[in-house]
Design a protein around this ligand. Structure first.
Ligand SMILES: Nc1ncnc2c1ncn2[C@@H]1O[C@H](COP(=O)(O)OP(=O)(O)OP(=O)(O)O)[C@@H](O)[C@H]1O
Length: 257
């Protein structure tokens, strides 16, 4: 991990009509770290992801990525600069194979910046990139299965491969272990740590604070759109403001997953 911030949110405000979903949120994610974004339901976590990825243009503030402002750029341009995300609800095309689902993510001409993927050489390259991404998530043996046959744990890996194939330097993971059993959670956490060892920076939304504490180097807590704490995970989770935000709203605050 370095001291350099790869992502910096500077006073981000996001409104939906009269509702302020994010209010003056500022924090940094350092290159090579796993940063956890936690908070009770409706805190603004998904909205923040959407602002970082360019789905929403913030009403105020600036998102900086690798030292350059990116807020206001279209989604595909932000993706090309190196930010990829996964979604909590995984929706592959079930009749296509696992490999084809990853190839589609890799072959988007908007992301590739040209029509190269539609030449024979381009297709070979896309296929190779997709196989490399599947190897990183441990899905090579499943590459030729229809995606509809995968269980939830493997679907989450497929979703991760679709993000990795874009060769990001910052990966946004939206509740990647929600609904998984104990072993699948452990496997997925090990995989995320391996990606970090390979040099990726990760910002992840996680509902279960025990999982977040086990995985993250740094934690940011939102409540009602405001940042109420940030820093070392154990210290953040012991912060009275964080305990108060969770009390009565969520029973997942606790020492273990
Ligand atoms: N597209 C939208 N239009 C209107 N209001 C929205 C929209 N998206 C989110 N909101 C509102 O903004 C607030 C923050 O929502 P958001 O989904 O970002 O919270 P969250 O922390 O991700 O919650 P959860 O943990 O339940 O997924 C909520 O009050 C939500 O109802």
């Amino acid at each position: 991990m370095s001291d350099e911030a790869i992502l910096r949110l500077d006073s981000i405000t996001m409104k939906f009509g009269g509702l302020t979903a994010l209010e003056n949120v500022s924090f940094e994610v350092r290159a090579g770290e796993i940063c956890g974004l936690i908070g009770p339901n409706g805190a603004g976590k998904t909205t923040l992801f959407n602002v970082v990825c360019g789905v929403y243009r913030p009403a105020g503030g600036t998102v900086w990525f690798k030292g350059e402002p990116v807020s206001g750029l279209p989604v595909h341009q932000i993706a090309r600069r190196g930010i990829a995300r996964t979604f909590q609800v995984v929706k592959p095309i079930p009749r296509l194979t696992v490999l084809e689902n990853v190839m589609i993510a890799a072959a988007s001409p908007l992301l590739a910046g040209s029509w190269v993927p539609f030449t024979t050489r381009g297709q070979r390259e896309v296929r190779q990139k997709a196989m490399d991404a599947l190897a990183r998530v441990g899905l090579v043996e499943e590459a030729h299965l229809p995606a509809g046959q995968l269980n939830l744990g493997y679907l989450r890996r497929l979703e991760l491969a679709r993000a990795l194939v874009m060769n990001p330097s910052l990966l946004l993971l939206d509740e990647p272990v929600a609904g998984l059993g104990y072993d699948a959670v452990e496997d997925f956490l090990a995989l995320v740590k391996e990606l970090r060892r390979d040099g990726l920076t990760v910002l992840l939304v996680e509902h279960n604070t025990g999982v977040a504490e086990a995985l993250c180097d740094h934690m940011v807590v939102l409540d009602h759109g405001k940042m109420i704490a940030a820093g070392d995970p154990a210290r953040v989770l012991a912060d009275p403001a964080v305990v108060e935000a969770y009390l009565g709203k969520d029973d997942s605050l606790g020492p273990s997953a």
